[in-house]
Design a protein around this ligand. Structure first.
Ligand code: 3PG
Length: 406
């Protein structure tokens, strides 16, 4: 069903101070600390370009507290400046006096990037909209802006203050990324068919386990191919991996994986071989052969072939999270192999998340995929038919701020 929401065309934003909530959360290289790609920044730039006469206050989170990608947005603002080809100011503050004064002095056509929203305690919490309106973040910023544009589709599943707190207080509409994603997904829903194959990798184990539950409940995961850290959790639950994986909450995740496999063992496929580093080189072994100290960095060749067959036989295939540490050439084999299988599948193909869209571009096969979404967890929840807080906020805003029929 089409979503009721306002777009940039519905609000007169010339000369207005616009709080633009984007998601430029970007993979950061674990060794150099540099931004590894600009996909989400390029998406954000589309909306900024379409606000040429507004005073645009760009806001986003980056990483999670305690992780190596939890960084300032200064590098993002410089990258954005290059992408849009005009001056982009940056303030190392979110809603303190410095940030508010920079917002107030923005000229028409000016663009200011606030610092990482998650540097503030409130943005790391989830709220009901009425409570989000009472947060310091929203209360301090709202008097300095005239409108809000929600364009963080990939954060649509988080009810943080910047996502759900402004829609009831200032006129709020959707940006270009939200519009593009919803249009494409609508189109996919009209042609999709089974069998549904889901490939889950990456390091966000909690999100992936929630995704499995949601996709199974919505009949969108006939076969689940596991890789990445979540694959290791399932291997451990199946008794095929010795030692600790070394992630927070490991015990709980392993129990959950055990329960999922007990309920329906045929639904899940686990890696039959994995790659690790030995004497500075890639070495493939069966999971049972790994020593407790070995760090798994990719899936092995046999697993790539096996998963490739499932992918090619799918009616609809959805992939979220890379199978290995593809930023290192020798451990990009699994990511490349599965993406190439996706590109040659005759089914409908959907790729989710910044890491995989970067990899697709690197391998030059991005135009062979039906939909590349910048979203990870949010997309999973949307595909699973869940209501997303950002979309709810847009619907509430359409009711409150939409033009009444004359
Ligand atoms: C994402 O990359 O999925 C979004 O930016 C949300 O990030 P989060 O999972 O840390 O909330």
């Amino acid at each position: 069903m089409p979503i009721k929401m306002l777009t940039l065309e519905d609000l007169d934003l010339d000369g207005e101070r616009v709080f633009l909530r984007v998601d430029v959360n970007t993979p950061v290289h674990p060794e150099t600390g540099k931004l590894m790609e600009h996909t989400r920044l390029e998406e954000a730039a589309m909306t900024i370009r379409d606000l040429p006469k507004s005073k645009v206050v760009v806001a986003s989170h980056q990483g999670r507290v305690g992780r190596s990608d939890y960084t300032s947005l200064e590098a993002h603002s410089k990258a954005l400046e290059e992408i849009i080809g005009k001056k982009v100011a940056f303030v190392p503050d979110v809603f303190g006096p410095e940030a508010l004064s920079e917002i107030d002095s923005l000229p028409d056509g000016g663009v200011l990037v606030l610092d990482n929203l998650r540097f503030t305690a409130e943005e790391n919490q989830e709220y009901k909209p009425a409570d989000a309106e009472k947060t310091f973040l929203v209360r301090r910023i709202k008097d300095h802006v005239d409108a809000c544009v929600l364009d963080a589709f990939s954060t649509a599943h988080r009810s943080s203050p910047s996502i759900v707190g402004f829609a009831g207080l200032v006129p709020t509409c959707a940006g270009r990324t939200v519009g593009r994603e919803l249009r494409m997904l609508d189109r996919i829903f009209s042609v999709e068919k089974g069998p549904y194959v889901t490939v889950l990798g990456g390091a966000k184990v909690n999100d992936r386990l929630e995704a499995i539950d949601a996709l199974i409940a919505n009949n969108r995961a006939d076969k689940v191919l596991l890789c990445g850290v979540v694959g290791l959790v399932f291997l451990k639950a199946a008794g095929k991996l010795k030692g600790e994986i070394g992630i927070e909450g490991e015990q709980k995740y392993v129990l959950k994986a055990r329960q999922l496999m007990d309920d329906d063992p045929e639904r899940f496929a686990l890696p039959v071989d994995v790659a690790m580093r030995a004497n500075g080189e890639r070495k493939e072994v069966e999971p049972g052969m790994l020593t407790a100290q070995a760090q798994v960095l990719d899936i092995g060749t046999k697993t790539i072939e096996r998963y490739g067959r499932f992918i090619k036989g799918a009616g609809t295939v959805f992939m979220s999270g890379p199978p290995g540490a593809f930023e290192w050439e020798e451990f990009s084999v699994g990511t490349q192999g599965l993406l190439v299988a996706m590109a040659s599948s005759l089914g409908t193909t959907i790729i989710s998340g910044g890491h995989l869209s970067t990899a697709l571009r690197k391998y030059g096969i991005h135009d062979q995929i039906d939909h590349i979404s910048t979203a990870g967890g949010a997309l999973v929840q949307y595909l699973a038919g869940k209501r997303l807080p950002l979309i709810d906020a847009l619907e509430r805003a359409a009711d409150k701020w939409g033009r009444k029929p004359s």
